[in-house]
Ligand binder design. Structure first.
Ligand SMILES: Cc1cc2nc3c(=O)[nH]c(=O)nc-3n(C[C@H](O)[C@H](O)[C@H](O)COP(=O)(O)OP(=O)(O)OC[C@H]3O[C@@H](n4cnc5c(N)ncnc54)[C@H](O)[C@@H]3O)c2cc1C
Length: 383
């Protein structure tokens, strides 16, 4: 196999998942290598597109919500918040900006709101008047009760991805775009990988391919993790009277959300339409649905749709990230299924994944380390 480029770890995918694990892995490995006086690992990121973050990472609505998602996602988000604050302080450019979150519930959704408030210290219940103080455009008749997370945040997603890219590059990771993994064969001590730009030998593969993660597993003849990409649509609409300081408003039944965006209103029908892994695009019917639902909940005069887009949020059956070594295939590490939280949970997830890959401990307060599966159709990660 002489003449073929050799790396110790090839990370497939250059979105938030791939770039964050590249930076954390390289930095952790370099500390361990120095301590044990060995050579650091050679790492590379392979991204099929011409730019990093082109797919789901570039299409998020950039929120950090501690009351969102499963208990595992919430624990990862709380831990990530601390890291994001520190990263922003260190780089001199804050990555977070406070924007409160208001969960709204109609009379028939009070059970859902109560479930959200139970055991969720990030939120507190308020009456409709309290919700309307934050967002005066809410129709009084559309809310029976609400819950507010005052310390929710907007995340600078481009800034975060760029920080991880810079850190990975500084730590010696070879970052490549316009190179797609086509297939691979396990040789017993590593992978002989075929890309659309030639061959590569990698001791281990990290599957951070987002919506394509199961497809990447199949290309390497590894059993898929049962991941489903779900399309989500967003539009930005002209809407007179919107103030930039308004909160993010989320329907507790997950039927829509909205928040101010560049002088207009960002709206989503919170759709979850199963999709093959593709370059997702907004369907006009989904944009219309968002407008209809936001009109029903507010007094806003929603006018011209300025822009719209869609992205794929990819979920494992338990809706938690899939993080760890595949239980059946040596040299194959999962880092997928980030779903709707792959920005807000990225910093802690990347540290956890990097530690797992190098056999180190990393504790996330409130997270049972065995609760995240590592492929093999939902099996818990090896301890
Ligand atoms: C509308 C919307 C709103 C969202 N809002 C939020 C939010 O407010 N907060 C939050 O935390 N999260 C949010 N998310 C979710 C978040 O964006 C994702 O969880 C996260 O971006 C996933 O990152 P990723 O790196 O796994 O995937 P991606 O960014 O899609 O990266 C995967 C990469 O793998 C590459 N790839 C695939 N196959 C190959 C191959 N064979 N060879 C080489 N490269 C390959 C792809 O080209 C792609 O660039 C939202 C998502 C959407 C769509």
């Amino acid at each position: 196999m002489s003449g073929i480029e050799r790396v110790d770890v090839a990370i497939i995918g250059g979105g938030m998942a791939g770039m964050s694990i590249a930076a954390e892995l390289a930095e952790l490995d370099s500390r361990l290598a120095e301590r044990s006086e060995r050579e650091p690992l050679r790492l590379t990121v392979l991204e099929r597109e011409h730019q990093f973050g082109y797919h789901t990472t570039g299409r998020s609505v950039a929120a950090l919500l501690e009351s969102y998602g499963s208990p595992e996602v919430r624990a990862l988000t709380r831990a990530s918040r601390v890291i994001l604050d520190a990263m922003g302080a260190e780089s001199g450019t804050p990555l977070l900006r406070t924007r409160p979150l208001v969960w709204i519930a109609r009379e028939d959704q009070l059970g859902l709101l109560n479930a959200l408030l139970t055991g969720n210290p990030a939120v507190r219940g308020v009456d409709p008047a309290g919700a309307r103080t934050l967002c005066p455009a809410l129709r009084p008749e559309a809310i029976a009760r609400a819950a507010v997370e005052r310390t929710a945040q907007d995340v600078d997603v481009d800034g975060l991805l760029e920080l991880y890219r810079t850190r990975a590059a500084a730590a010696g990771v070879r970052l490549r775009t316009a190179i797609g993994l086509e297939s691979g064969e396990w040789t017993g001590d590593g992978w002989r990988l075929t890309t659309d730009r030639g061959e590569l030998f990698a001791g281990r593969v990290v599957n951070a391919a987002g919506a394509w993660a199961d497809a990447v597993a199949r290309r390497l003849e590894v059993a898929p993790a049962g991941l489903t990409p779900l399309r989500r649509t967003v539009a930005v609409v002209g809407a007179p009277g919107v103030l930039p300081s308004w909160p993010l408003v989320l329907d507790v039944g997950d039927a829509f959300y909205f928040r101010p965006e560049r002088g207009g209103l960002l709206v989503s029908p919170a759709d979850e339409t199963p999709s093959p892994p593709v370059d997702a695009a907004a369907a006009p019917a989904d944009v219309e649905l968002a407008l209809e639902r936001v009109r029903a909940a507010t007094t806003l005069d929603l006018r011209t749709v300025r822009t719209s887009w869609a992205g794929l949020r990819t979920f494992a059956p338990d809706r938690n990230p899939v993080v760890g070594p595949d239980p059946r295939q040596e040299g194959f590490f999962w880092f997928a299924g980030q779903g709707g939280a792959g920005i807000q949970a990225a910093p802690a997830l990347a540290r956890l994944a990097a530690a797992r890959l190098l056999g180190e401990e990393y504790e996330v307060p409130g997270l049972d380390p065995g609760s995240l599966s590592s492929g093999g159709r939902g099996q818990p990660a090896p301890a």
